[in-house]
Design a protein around this ligand. Structure first.
Ligand code: ADP
Length: 227
């Protein structure tokens, strides 16, 4: 479904060239929970941006279904971002003046979905992410873990095949983080979930697959664990 072939990405700042992603090849499964581990600066966020279509590699190929990403037109790429992919960030990125429900349904409202379809998906999703009963709350009345579950629900409501999460538990205590990983685990039964984290212990507990970026940044290796 998603295949990376010999991906390289360089950045040039102030005359210095940084080799941010080094010759990485990975075949991702259609469903399951995949963690990306590695020290700060090893290229993890760059890799997520490439997978998310937010940036393009300097060399190599990214295949999504049966299309290479460079061959997509601008319109097709936007469509990919809108329908195929959901993003979750460390800082939740939710709007504090909106209610829990308004935050979650925003992507569908922007795309003009019917109220009936929006309500149907919303009611299912708040059960999936354990937010039932909190629908009318203002975001300011919610905990960090609840805010992150809103962000996950908002990424889910478009029913994407892929969810990408960048340090989604970085601002949470370990018990709350554990709950969030449990939710991602459940969601990964029906879709692919790719998570960057520093939480090695949780990755080992929850992962179907781990991509480990070596500490010296000199090479990228893929290790399958648990399965
Ligand atoms: P990680 O997410 O593992 O911390 P990043 O992907 O953010 O690593 O960064 C990988 C390398 O690329 C680092 O050396 C970083 O300084 C560099 N880098 C990342 N983004 C940029 C950018 N926009 N311009 C220049 N260098 C960058």
């Amino acid at each position: 479904m998603i295949r990376l072939i010999n991906i390289n990405k360089y950045y040039e700042t102030g005359g210095e060239k940084v080799h941010a992603v080094r010759n990485l090849s990975v075949d991702f499964p259609d469903t399951g929970l995949c963690f990306i581990l590695g020290p700060s600066g090893s290229g993890k966020s760059t890799l997520l941006n490439l997978l998310g279509g937010l940036d393009t590699p300097d060399s190599g190929e990214i295949w999504i279904e049966d299309r290479e990403i460079k061959s997509l037109s601008r319109k097709e790429r936007i469509n990919y971002l809108n329908s195929y992919l959901g993003f979750v960030f460390q800082e939740y990125n939710i709007l504090k003046d909106l209610s829990l429900k308004e935050n979650i349904i925003l992507p569908l409202q922007i795309q003009g979905y019917s109220r009936r379809e929006i309500n149907k998906r919303f009611n299912q999703i708040i059960e999936d992410v354990d937010l039932k009963g909190l629908e009318k709350r203002k975001v300011s009345q919610l905990s960090g873990g609840q805010k992150q579950r809103i962000a996950i629900a908002r990424s889910l409501i478009k029913e994407p095949s892929l969810i990408i999460a960048d340090e989604p538990t970085g601002n949470l205590d370990s018990e709350t983080g554990h709950n969030i990983f449990n939710i991602f685990k459940k969601l990964s039964k029906d879709r692919l979930v790719i998570i960057v984290t520093h939480d090695e212990e949780s990755a080992l507990e929850f992962a179907d697959m781990i991509i480990r970026i070596s500490p010296d940044g000199d090479s990228l290796q893929k290790v399958n664990e648990n399965e």
